[in-house]
Design a protein around this ligand. Structure first.
Ligand SMILES: [Zn+2]
Length: 297
């Protein structure tokens, strides 16, 4: 079903992609309404990996498991199993995600650090698992890190019922167990472990962060939802309909892409289907993704 997912390197850091679910084909149209088939046609390199022949965007949900100098780190935690969700594609999932994570060498008890790019449903789900009537932390030894701006925004927000439900089953149990660690993320970023830095990329949500993994002059950047799909490389102005502040999201996306462009920083998309990773190169007045590189044997 799931062929062995690829592993990338940044110096001595190893990054595994751990698959959860593919998004239904209609998700792209719903999520990024301005990414019409005409727009896709103008970037032929999007096919076949990132767009279907009819121009529909391909999207996936996976997490990244990182071996960093003896530290075991998970970046985002997907949708999760058994959660009551309004989106039928995410409702009451029963995937073998935890088996795939363990197969990559990350048994739940072995995870030291969970980094949450933001507190949306498809990024926090495996924070918890069901235990009888309760939701308990899936990674009982881990410190769960998110930006303080993100935590404070949602904790104070008058959330719609679906979001409140997600917060109750996937975020608050981690806080109640004393495992949640909201950190300040200044403009230059915040290092949360050696070589692991949160990069402020607000807009999609108020405290959204991308995650830089670095060893010496080798680095990888995990986008979170600062970039949903590679079509936003040539067209960073294309916003998602769930951005809290679309104009700010565009500014953050432009800055993130500009900082990666022309470097050998590997960009890993949190919703990019295989091959998922690439270098950002300047192309006209935008960018394109040149896929793969530095894949571990
Ligand atoms: Zn997402």
């Amino acid at each position: 079903m799931h062929p062995t997912a690829p592993t990338w390197t940044a110096g001595r850091l190893l990054v595994h992609r751990v698959d959860e679910v593919a998004f239904p084909a209609h998700t792209g149209r719903w999520l990024l309404p301005a990414a019409t088939p005409k727009v896709v046609d103008r970037a032929p390199w999007l096919r076949p990996d990132f767009a279907a022949p009819d121009g529909a965007l391909r999207l996936a949900s996976h997490t990244f498991a990182v071996e960093a100098d003896g530290l075991r780190v998970l970046v985002d935690t997907g949708v999760g199993n058994g959660k009551t969700r309004a989106n039928p594609a995410w409702h009451d999932l029963d995937t073998d995600y935890l088996d795939r994570l363990a197969a990559a060498g990350f048994a739940p008890e072995s995870v030291d650090l969970v980094v949450l790019t933001h507190l949306h449903t498809d990024h926090v789900g495996w924070n918890t698992r069901r235990d009888g009537d309760a939701w308990v932390p899936t990674f009982p030894r881990a410190r769960y890190v998110t930006s303080r701006a993100e935590w404070e925004h949602w904790a104070a927000a008058d959330m719609e019922p679906a979001r409140r439900q997600m917060f109750r089953d996937s975020v608050l149990p981690v806080r109640d167990a004393g495992l949640l660690d909201p950190v300040d993320v200044p403009e230059g970023g915040a290092e949360v472990a050696p070589g692991i830095r949160l990069l402020p990329t607000p807009g999609h949500t108020p405290g959204h962060v991308a995650v830089e993994l670095r060893d010496g002059d080798r680095s990888v950047v995990i986008t979170g939802d600062a970039v949903h799909h590679p079509v936003q490389l040539p067209r960073p102005d294309i916003t998602s309909c769930v951005d809290v502040d679309p104009a700010l999201a565009v500014r953050s996306r432009r800055a993130l892409l500009a900082s990666a462009a022309g470097t050998d920083t590997l960009l890993l998309g949190s919703h990019f289907p295989a091959p998922t990773a690439g270098l950002v190169v300047t192309d006209g007045d935008g960018h394109r993704l040149v896929t793969a590189h530095r894949v571990a044997p």
